[in-house]
Design a protein around this ligand. Sequence first.
Ligand code: BGC
Length: 742
Amino acid sequence: MKLRTYQNQSISPIISRVFFGRSFIIIPLVLLIFNMNTIAQDVKIVRKLNQLEEHKIDSIISIMTLDEKIAMLHGKGLFTSEGIPRLGIKELHYTDGPFGIREELNDSWASLRLTTDSATFLPTGSALAATWDPDMAYEYGKVLGEEAKSRGKDILLGPAVNITRSPLNGRTYEYMSEDPLLNSKLAVKYINGVQDCGVAACVKHFAANNQETDRGSVNVTMDERTLREIYLPAFRAAVDEANVYTVMAAYNKFGGDYCAENDYLLNNILKEEWNFKGLVMSDWGATHSTVASALNGLDVEMGSSPNNTYFAKALLDSVKIARVRESVINDKVRRILRVMFFVQKKGVAPTDDLVSTPAHGKAAWQIASESIVLLKNSNNLLPLKIAGIKKIVVIGDNATHKHAREGFGAGVKTRYEITPLEGLKSKVGKKTAIQFVQGYKPKYLTTSERGSGRQPDNQPDPVLLKEAVDAAGSCDVAIVFVGTNRGYETEGTDRLDLKLPFGQDELISAVTKANPNTVIVVISGAPVDLNNSVKSASAMIWSGFNGSESGNALADVLLGNINPSGKLPLTFPVSLSNSPVESLKAIPGESTVNYSEGLLVGYRWFDTKKVEPLFCFGHGLSYTTFVYSGIKSDKKKYSKKDKIKISLKVKNTGATTGLETVQIYISALGQKIFKPTKELKAFKKVLVNSESETEVKMEINVSDLAYFNEKLMKWVVAPGNYKIIAGSSSKDLRISTAISVE
Ligand code: BGC
């Protein structure tokens, strides 16, 4: 947050009055001037209100004892921090986040087994990102915000915006994408949705927490430009554009210091440079010191054990012996009080009514259905022509596996989760028979069998394999649900490789051989090795861990009730050795990991190094076809303060209405400064009716073409020529135009 609490609420109606009201068309300058005066007056009122609130906070602090102040700076139990009842300061209640409100736990992480704490399970981060739709992110945030408020929560621990640097990262399912712009745009709307309900969002994990291996000790280093251009933009957008109220400091070290005691990240960048006025909490158990953390920007210590709390007695003692000034403590309390005032004055009152409502289920379905990616459809097997299909065989554990809770880390005690088999059964109709066979089972090696990490048993089960092959041979269409699950992709551990675990490749080969009409549905939160599926199957779909309505959304896409519109937010490499992190051997777990690939993360690497991915960033097909034409920019030459207004036409040339995400990449032409071959700078998802054409307009600030100049320590727009490219994916580039910046 940046002390814009009132500003946000009162300015937007004024701005819309000025710019969008009917008056704007007819009213002469006089009224515009009048309106400008009104804005100026409102800005004054806003400032006054903010000042009043700050005065109120100051006066509360002035009558607090030091003990009371210190009591507010550390967790009281796992998900609460202390209030001061005599002053009307309430406890703050925190909740995970990021994809559903967590059930109530006791202080040792065990469930309280209540009957009132079920929630909506929303598609996890990479699935949300596959929608490429900020409106969906807003709906997502709103579901979370309403459910959090109803459950009496003040702070929602999400969104999680760390960049997917390595496809093996165990939390890839929870994070969004490999691209800072996509992350930023979705994070801003997610936070708006949460905070519009009077719940403070928490953008996490700040910063460079990109692997789970040794996450509690690993020291991350990288050049400043990479930090600014790749790893920080979503955090900055959360502060600047979404006015986020809280930030969570990550487990790892950055530049030699733990993130929760990192002067550079917390004080210099977040609080000074970005002017963040909200509170910084530690990740759970990520605090390692008293004085250093207190001085270097941590405000609230969370998740430490009661006997090992740095911000309790030890902090009190440090103030008493003047190692930490009381003004530093006051600043922390002030930040907490800002959050408290915000959550108290805004939003619905706690009630059970808003938890997991039908409307929330509908939002979960809509987000899920917009996120499903059609990877391949070479024989137009999809959508299934159900009228001519007598029998479908559904194969594979992921047809019935539930993904709301499993593994380590935050899960959701969901009120319900529709599996793909259930979705198909309820939507296919009585004329088509559905048979389910297990195909494979998730099995792990025993401790004595495995070397290190959680390793899958990749041997196919011969009995299940034969059953699947026999069933596939006797039906019209086979649908194989493969992928991973949340026990396999999990917080705390990175995967060891990209392979489809549990012998699924053998299953895919055998089933596709038995029946060429086989659809492969991959359910995973992260990229997996799909070489074998691409070779064997003509139709393939990817779905993330897609929430309470996952099975309904998948059935709708398979049956053509929904035209798929998801686009991959992550590159699926041909092999791990092709991906930047692996080929540079920068992981796993050395005590220091230097991000030597620099800016070349995700598609930036594949493009610039000319490495062919299996499925590229931004890829996703539709049941219809879109033709792009007529790309134009409003000018040819721009100055650094301009906006580039881009327009182009998209025609739906097929028989089905569909959503298309137009992706705008920019290439710097012939410049001295190194840049990735191209970078995503704008995108827009548009609905185009069959046989219709629509005009798509987007704007890019020239300042968004800037690179971070490490010598000057500022953003610089390099003058020169730039190519603006519109694509349906990062490799399916359709049309382009050139501009120059003076
Ligand atoms: C995770 C956070 C989470 C916290 C509380 C930590 O292990 O890294 O993302 O919010 O636990 O559950």
